[in-house]
Design a protein around this ligand. Structure first.
Ligand code: C6P
Length: 407
């Protein structure tokens, strides 16, 4: 069933804004999404009624805050198909989640001769931590190549993932190309070779049903702010068998069972990975965001966004001098990157902004990918559940005007 987009839009106060006298058309959802009233209210209600630190006090406010904080873990793990909060660590964002895997698992499990496999379309947040780990451990990075159509070359992946591979650390949906990668198949290849698979889910979890058990991934990282939640909160799912063996990335208060002057015994999962006062209000806001998404349904969200994106691609394809960097329909998501002959991506975004349309332009934290494609930057439209077909039309019309003004 198609969600009632008009009704959904009423839940997002920011969508009433005008930019340069024009109604805001927000097409920068891959960077960060807007927040519904229920999320804004959940955060402000917490501060108004239950604000306190967690896990420390026996007083009522601390008990309430602790319960809300723990429930947020449960909400987040269920959202991605897991069962136990022991397997769900709250972090600052996807970047921190990916760093935990690289530093807490990679630094202790890799040595010279080992290989870390990733794709050519990785975000810097997945690429750089592993570059660092490889530099320090002597392991090497290997890359799955891309086909002409911007999908992964799965035949080459089969050859590449072998007995030297210790982990496949890979993006689920590319933030620059929108390509949806076959994680199940890559996970199978990794496991057949006794390797693990770590998934960067920053652009998948917000937009489609994700089931970590079905994907059979060892780790899965995502961010709250890209799925209607507040900034400052992300999550890392990890299989219990791995998390229990891993050393914490940050140590200090709130993550111990016992401490002497000489040593400390870590607390149980997930708390051993959540040192210091945690991101309590953000977790509560994140929980409200998950409620909001689940009420609409992730399958419905995905199919609606695909309608928007496919319509946008069809219309963009009609424009001369425009090159689209996105895969065929089967591997496509709600992200559409493009370049326009004779106009720099930043100029496209500026001209669109004059018309109230928010696009992102740049390398999208995938500089090596841009270089490989022989471009400096793309302009990118990325859709979410509150966007409309009319907004796609406004975007295409504004783009035509921008193109004419430069010719
Ligand atoms: N991409 C964009 O594309 P953080 O900033 O930690 O919440 O997310 C990092 C990140 C990791 N992986 C992928 C695939 C991502 O898309 C992102 C964030 C944003 O506009 C900012 S570069």
């Amino acid at each position: 069933m198609t969600p009632d987009i008009g009704k959904i839009r009423e839940d997002f106060p920011i969508l009433q804004r005008k930019i340069n006298g024009k109604p805001l058309v927000y097409l920068d959802n891959a960077a960060s999404t807007q927040k519904p009233n229920s999320v804004i209210n959940a955060i402000s209600d917490f501060y108004k009624t239950s604000n306190s630190n967690v896990h420390r006090g026996v007083h009522t406010l601390s008990e309430e805050a602790s319960e809300l904080y723990e429930n947020a873990h449960l909400k987040a793990i269920k959202f991605i198909g897991g069962n136990s909060i022991e397997e769900l660590i709250f972090t600052k964002n996807t970047t921190e989640s990916l760093n935990i895997v690289a530093k807490s698992w990679g630094m202790h499990n890799l040595e010279k001769g080992d290989e870390v496999v990733m794709s050519r379309m990785e975000h810097h947040s997945n690429l750089i931590p592993w570059q660092e780990v490889c530099r320090k451990t002597g392991a090497s990075l290997k890359f799955i190549e891309m086909n002409e159509d911007l999908t992964l070359d799965m035949e080459q992946a089969e050859e590449l993932i072998g007995n030297k591979t210790k982990i496949v650390s890979i993006v689920h949906v590319s933030n620059s190309l929108g390509t949806l990668n076959d994680i199940k198949k890559l996970g199978k290849l990794a496991h057949e070779n006794s390797a693990l698979i770590n998934v960067d889910g920053a652009q998948s979890a917000p937009h489609m049903p994700v089931d970590v058990k079905e994907l059979d991934c060892d780790f899965f990282a995502f961010s709250g702010h890209k799925m209607l939640g507040p900034t400052g909160i992300g999550a890392l799912y990890g299989k219990h068998e791995h998390l229990k063996e891993m050393e914490p990335f940050i140590t200090g208060g709130g993550m111990i069972q016992e401490v002497s002057y000489e040593k400390a015994v870590w607390d149980e999962l997930p708390w051993k990975f959540e040192a210091g006062t945690p991101i309590i209000a953000q977790a509560i806001g994140f929980s409200a965001a998950i409620d909001y998404l689940e009420k609409i349904g992730m399958t419905e969200i995905h199919s609606y966004e695909m309608r928007l994106a496919n319509y946008a691609v069809d219309e963009l394809e009609k424009l001369d001098g425009l090159k689209i960097y996105c895969p065929p329909k089967e591997s496509r998501t709600g992200i559409v990157s493009f370049t326009l002959d004779g106009i720099h991506a930043h100029d496209i975004a500026s001209l669109m902004n004059e018309e109230g349309i928010a696009l992102r332009a740049g390398h999208h934290c995938t500089q090596p990918l841009m270089k490989m494609l022989g471009i400096e930057a793309t302009a990118r439209a990325s859709f979410y559940i509150y966007n409309t077909m009319e907004e796609v039309d406004s975007f295409i019309e504004a783009l035509k005007r921008a193109k004419n003004s430069f010719s």
